[in-house]
Design a protein around this ligand. Sequence first.
Ligand code: FES
Ligand SMILES: [Fe+2]
Length: 419
Amino acid sequence: MNQQEIQTLRTLMEYEASRSAPPKGFPELPDIPAGRYTDPRFFELEKEHIWRKSWLFAAHIDEIPQPGCWRLWENAGQPVIIVHANDGRVNAFYNTCSHRGAPIVTEQSGQRSRLVCKYHGWTYSHSGDLLAVRDPEDFVNLDKSCRGLTPVRCERFGNLIFVNFDANADSLMQWLGPVADEWEEFQFGNCRLAARHIWDLNCNWKIAMEANAEVYHVRSIHPRTVAPILDDRRNVNTLYPQGHGRMVAPRPQTAEDPGDLLTQRSPWVEMETVGEIARTCTQSYGIFPNWVSPLSQWTIPPLLFWPNGINKCRLETWTLAPDWGDGIKPDLWTQNDGEALSPVLLEDTEFGEWIQKSVESYGFKGVPLSYQEARIYHWNQFADKMIGAENIPEGLAVEQVIGNDWMYPNDPRVALAKA
Ligand code: FES
Ligand SMILES: [Fe+2]
């Protein structure tokens, strides 16, 4: 982030603290329909259009460090095998043999020079080519060149591996857009996998994720953990194309040094390249559809939210960090290496099950969102763009009210702040 951008953010923080109403011209946000959390038709639309067409964070290169290493990945409901090929590339395929659909692998991870089907032994390369078939003379006109494993799009951002089930999707870099540039200072190509854990939650995946998409809840939910280090009145939200968003909030001005949540966990290795904003503020990115990650000089710690049915979900907590050598391995999100969620995440998840009961009740009609919660509305707008308005049953769509004029790089608040 350059000096100009830092200055603009600082100006916007003061603007946010001083305003007595939402910025002039910011649209009134219509209620989010209740059925988006409970209607099986909407859940199916999410499957078909969001999970099938978005770039999804699936693995870290440390999980498949050598050629021949693979891991099974089923978080998005599809059986996928991610393979580190001999040529150094990372490839993904459906874990589905081209013969009769048996799995190529049934363990979570492993290493093999060839991928061999468990059922009748068809053998594939790391690039998915069908190399050998047992008793080939008994097949009539079997063209091996058309019977390879079915590929899944797979691209890397540094050491992070993303997949996309849409063969025609834009590249991952296009998907990330301006965020990719902003992330350069965090050295995604150097980060190692420090921790990865899975937590089952009893609520719709969006209920869990939205708890991490606004700071409006901080004073109620986190009075002793987050509130002392985050000035929610000075929070600046930025809306990016593709439904992505960012929050940046400085430390409270009045507080004596309250002891930072993160610094208390030192000594973690620092990334020298990380700039002033990430060092002095709480900064967090939401990447459509299911990634939320605060970024600092110590860690890249994405939270991923995966549906597990309409009223259940999985929270995946990751911590990526610069090589810690013999030092302490960072894990931002859990206590005792995955024994329990961290205090902050226990707070963030405590109402999920209660909210699920509410949204399923006759009493729940919809969600009115404030300007502070605009990132949630922005996410929903983009979700509908992916689904296609014509595919959404009556009463379940959100209106497209936040125009491009409020989306990065446009920001009418800059002029309002100077006025
Ligand atoms: S199903 Fe794989 S070889 Fe038959
Ligand atoms: Fe929170």
